[in-house]
Design a binder for this molecule. Structure first.
Ligand code: ADP
Ligand code: ADP
Ligand code: ZN
Length: 219
């Protein structure tokens, strides 16, 4: 089963991905993590993506789609995966549908984490991410047990270069212009599930798990 996590930057996609991955036993495919990994390793892909990421713009569709299709061609994605941060444009969504269709597969659900715009800036400016396992934390909402250290893997927490106010504002603009239309796209296909993301992290997770268990029972 292929799932998509939809929502604005800061909605809680990375935070909730963990729960879905565990509940469904599927790999987590996060486009932003893949780009940051490439950047850190100085690969050709990283060089191509760097300027766009720094400015808070989208990496061009051609580069992004190629990266994702290569990722899901790996054997661990044979039975599905949880997409996080992809697709972000209509062309990406259409390319993904076409690629899956060729293999007789399709998107099961797009899980839309709905959060009012007013909450996003605070979430993103307070975010710290583990360098090793990419788990997101928040200085007030979701602090680690020990400052600067990941609860899960003891990795070092850092603040992303694009989590500064100016770049966040650009990313939000891009989200409303280019990614919001995907809600309509998946809704029309009967594939959209909305969850209220403006609740405690645990409650958002519980709502998602309840939905997934209902889905499994119907199968
Ligand atoms: P967030 O979780 O805060 O929304 P991501 O980690 O998903 O951010 O993405 C960080 C950056 O990586 C984006 O601002 C963009 O430059 C690039 N990126 C990630 N996913 C995509 C995508 N599907 N299409 C184009 N660019 C992307
Ligand atoms: P995304 O992947 O959608 O960009 P993240 O999962 O990285 O978002 O979450 C963004 C920030 O908001 C993180 O610092 C995270 O700890 C925090 N956060 C996530 N979900 C909630 C929530 N329900 N309430 C408050 N803060 C949250
Ligand atoms: Zn970690």
């Amino acid at each position: 089963m292929f799932f998509i996590l939809l929502g604005a930057p800061g909605a809680g996609k990375g935070t909730q991905a963990d729960i879905i991955v565990k509940e469904m036993s599927l790999p987590h495919v996060a486009s932003g993590d893949l780009f940051r990994h490439a950047l850190k390793n100085g690969t050709e892909l990283g060089k191509q993506a760097e300027s766009y990421m720094k400015a808070g713009n989208l990496v061009p569709d051609g580069i992004t789609i190629k990266m994702i299709l290569e990722r899901i061609a790996q054997p661990d994605c044979n039975d599905g995966c949880v997409f996080d941060g992809f697709p972000r444009t209509l062309d990406q969504a259409k390319a993904l549908d076409a690629a899956l269709e060729k293999q007789g597969k399709s998107i099961e659900k797009a899980i839309y984490i709905e959060v009012p715009e007013s909450a996003l800036l605070d979430r993103l400016t307070g975010r710290f991410v583990c360098r090793t396992c990419q788990t997101p934390y928040h200085k007030k909402n979701s602090p680690p047990k020990k400052e600067g250290v990941c609860d899960k893997c003891s990795g070092e927490l850092y603040q992303r270069a694009d989590d500064k106010e100016e770049t966040i504002k650009e990313r939000l603009k891009v989200y409303f212009a280019q990614t919001m239309p995907l809600l309509d796209y998946y809704n029309k296909k009967g594939r959209l599930f909305r969850v209220n993301g403006n609740q405690h992290i645990d409650q958002v997770g519980k709502d998602i798990v309840k939905f997934l268990r209902g889905l499994k029972q119907k199968k």
